[in-house]
Design a protein around this ligand. Structure first.
Ligand code: SF4
Length: 333
């Protein structure tokens, strides 16, 4: 069962902020804003296709600014869910940390909002300032506290490689997230979109983004960090779209970004085990992984196997259901 079965994108037309990475200002008027009828239609389509399974599904309002949009419009959208909400698990939404307070969270709770994701982006105040986010890390901490006080599930979103950031600051952000104990996180490596302040900074050489390799290196570490803390990583990297590929600058965007990171995790674990624990003169190993991790260990187009071969190691991949997705063990043959 999918996590959210009714997903509506709510753009923040007229947003007063000017985040360096956002090109929404340039597409205002072009991005259509769903109304109550659109919400109703989307829910009815889901109800018809899910039948009795709606209880497992969520109604999701994405876009990143739900509580910052015009209040009357926000209530119109929430009111449209009312006739159906008892048949669903609840509502999930994403918003900015500085548009969260007791009043709004109590209101959301009354509409059966069960999960709120905050676009924190960074926990480094200088990075937030340089990227003109209009909020600071304390706003994130306060918002998390309020959401948790109301018993609502907390999600946090971070962007890696923002203007002014570095590996140290991105890892600091992940560590600060862990202290806030979210149920879920999303990681978005910064993608430079055309017609943004970030594109200006990039074109004038004031912003040097991570290379794809650096980004994979960092995010593979973040995957393990959250995994070790039992915090669910529900998204890594932007969803693929043709326009994203066409309108982004630099080389940091990859449509299968998470896969690249997972390939790296399993390659490094294999090399480490072989080097540290096994007879270095041996050259053939059976590497055991969870059945779902076979392609992650093999790598895209068998890239990991080829790398291991080039290091002098031949491997045969075997499966063991008792292993977790990033766990491996090796038998020497
Ligand atoms: S990313 Fe920033 S500028 Fe863009 S809509 Fe959200 S708050 Fe506004």
């Amino acid at each position: 069962m999918k996590h959210s079965n009714v997903a509506l994108f709510i753009p923040h037309n007229g947003c007063p902020h000017k985040c360096t990475f956002c090109n929404q200002k340039n597409i205002v008027g072009q991005s259509s804003q769903p109304n109550a009828n659109d919400v109703k239609n989307a829910i009815e389509i889901a109800v018809n296709s899910l039948k009795e399974n709606t209880k497992e599904a969520e109604i999701a309002f994405f876009g990143g600014s739900f509580t910052a949009i015009d209040r009357r419009y926000m209530l119109e959208l929430l009111d449209a869910t009312k006739p159906y909400i008892a048949r669903f698990k609840g509502i999930r939404l994403s918003t900015r940390p500085d548009y969260i307070d007791d009043e709004i969270v109590a209101l959301l709770k009354s509409y059966n909002v069960i999960s709120i994701e905050l676009g924190a982006q960074s926990m480094d105040d200088e990075v937030l300032r340089l990227n003109e986010r209009g909020h600071n890390s304390e706003d994130v901490r306060n918002a998390c506290k309020i959401i948790k006080n109301y018993g609502i599930s907390l999600g946090l979103q971070m962007m890696t490689g923002l203007y002014g950031s570095d590996f140290y600051k991105d890892i600091y952000t992940a560590d600060e997230f862990i202290k806030l104990r979210p149920e879920t996180v999303r990681i978005y490596p910064t993608v430079i979109m055309q017609d943004t302040e970030l594109a200006n900074l990039y074109n004038s050489k004031k912003f040097v983004p991570y290379t794809l390799e650096q980004s994979v290196d960092l995010c593979s570490k973040l995957i393990l960090k959250f995994k070790n803390e039992n915090i669910k990583l529900i998204r890594l990297g932007l969803h693929y779209s043709e326009s994203l590929e066409k309108n982004s600058l630099g080389s940091n965007y990859h449509p299968a970004f998470r896969e690249l990171c997972e390939n790296k995790i399993l390659l490094e674990k294999t090399v480490e085990l072989i080097k540290n624990y096994y007879n270095k003169s041996a050259d053939f190993f059976e590497v055991y992984v969870n059945p779902h991790s076979v392609s992650k260990l093999a790598g895209q187009k068998k890239s990991n196997i080829l790398k291991l071969n080039s290091m002098g190691y031949k491997i045969k991949i075997k499966t063991d259901k008792s292993l977790d997705e990033y766990e491996i063990y090796i038998k020497q043959r």
